[in-house]
Design a protein around this ligand. Structure first.
Ligand code: FAD
Length: 306
């Protein structure tokens, strides 16, 4: 059995594994796809101390750093069940069962997509999901934000300070964002908010996004908006479907943790985008991974006999 078994191989999982292994305890990592969301990221400019890098490059460095230590890395395996007896058990889809004295859950999250033609094709070529990451790439240009909830309106206010103009498209007939955010957005001259707008297509020129089509749900009229960027802000879904009846989750399905990364199940810790931690970023996920590993180590030295 392991002392620490990490489920997930994104920045949070990698940081957990390194911090655990450096304590000289038996450490394993099981990941469906090592690297996680970072594998899907092109330009990264906010990983502090590295001015500019690319996702796959950062992942290669992460993997090398993890494998510098005595860590069992089990890639392309998906966990499907977590149970606790004498030991904590993680059952994989392959049927294998891994046992450990403590577990760190770092299964991350995924952005909800619009599922319209052109979205996948132009992902990273104008279609973006993270304003903190990609906002500056659209300096002086026109962009759209899809979604009028808190994250959509926050994104619009944030982007309005960088880009020429922001058009917010909300599907419903009211904005779901907090009143204070809506008021702020409405007071900004370069934000236009359109309600009852159903985005139907991302338009590109073969290289990059040049606009989008939407249908006015009230009148049925079709419109074209000319934009260089589209920020999709319709939700971030934590990868916790397999944990539903096992651990305390928030109403958004995120794993509830305390300041040491401890979940509601003793010996089980969690880190990164899968948790209730505010702000989902690489550097934040890594810090949280370190916290969870130190939390797990603290738990082990208090509970287990060597
Ligand atoms: P993830 O990166 O989501 O990793 C989750 C890991 O768990 C993966 O290895 C996955 O395969 C695995 N997994 C999931 N379910 C299971 C299971 N059941 N069993 C086993 N393994 C499982 N952040 C920045 O700071 N700067 C940026 O420039 C930036 N750009 C981004 C661009 C894009 C397109 C996207 C999508 C995100 C971007 N982010 C950026 C956000 C950043 O990638 C995430 O905050 C970060 O990757 C979260 O790390 P994580 O380890 O918590 O989760």
């Amino acid at each position: 059995p392991y002392d620490v078994l990490v489920v997930g191989g994104g920045p949070a999982g990698a940081a957990s594994a390194i911090y655990a292994a450096r304590k000289g305890i038996r450490t394993g990592v099981v990941a469906e796809r090592f690297g996680g969301q970072v594998m899907d990221t092109m330009a990264i400019e906010n990983f502090i101390s590295v001015k500019e890098t690319e996702g796959p490059k950062l992942v290669a460095n992460l993997e090398q750093h993890v494998l510098d230590y005595d860590v069992d890395l089990v890639n392309t395996q998906r966990a499907k069940r977590l149970t606790k007896g004498d030991m904590i058990e993680v059952e994989l889809e392959s049927g294998a069962v891994l046992k450990s004295k403590s577990v760190i859950l770092a299964t991350g999250a995924r952005w909800r997509e619009m599922n319209v033609p052109g979205e996948k094709e132009y992902r990273g070529k104008g279609v973006a999901y993270c304003p903190h990451c990609d906002g500056p790439l659209f300096k002086g240009k026109k962009v759209a934000v899809i979604g009028g909830g808190n994250s959509g309106i926050e994104a619009a206010i944030d982007l309005a300070g960088i880009v020429e103009h922001v058009t917010v498209l909300e599907f419903g007939n009211t904005l779901r964002a907090d009143e204070v955010l809506v008021r702020k957005a409405k007071s900004m001259k370069n934000i236009t908010i359109i309600k009852e707008a159903m985005t139907t297509e991302v338009i590109g020129d073969g290289q990059r996004v040049i606009g989008l089509n939407y249908t006015d749900r009230a009148t049925g009229d079709k419109h074209l908006v000319d934009v260089a960027g589209i920020f999709v802000q319709i939700g971030l879904i934590p990868n916790t479907e397999w944990l539903k009846d096992t651990l305390e989750l928030s109403d958004r399905g995120e794993i509830v943790i305390d300041t040491k990364g401890q979940t509601s199940m003793p010996g089980v810790f969690a880190a990164g985008d899968v948790t209730t931690v505010p702000y989902k970023q690489i550097i934040i996920a890594m810090g949280a991974g370190a916290t969870a590993a130190l939390g797990a180590f603290d738990h082990l030295i208090r509970t287990s006999v060597p």
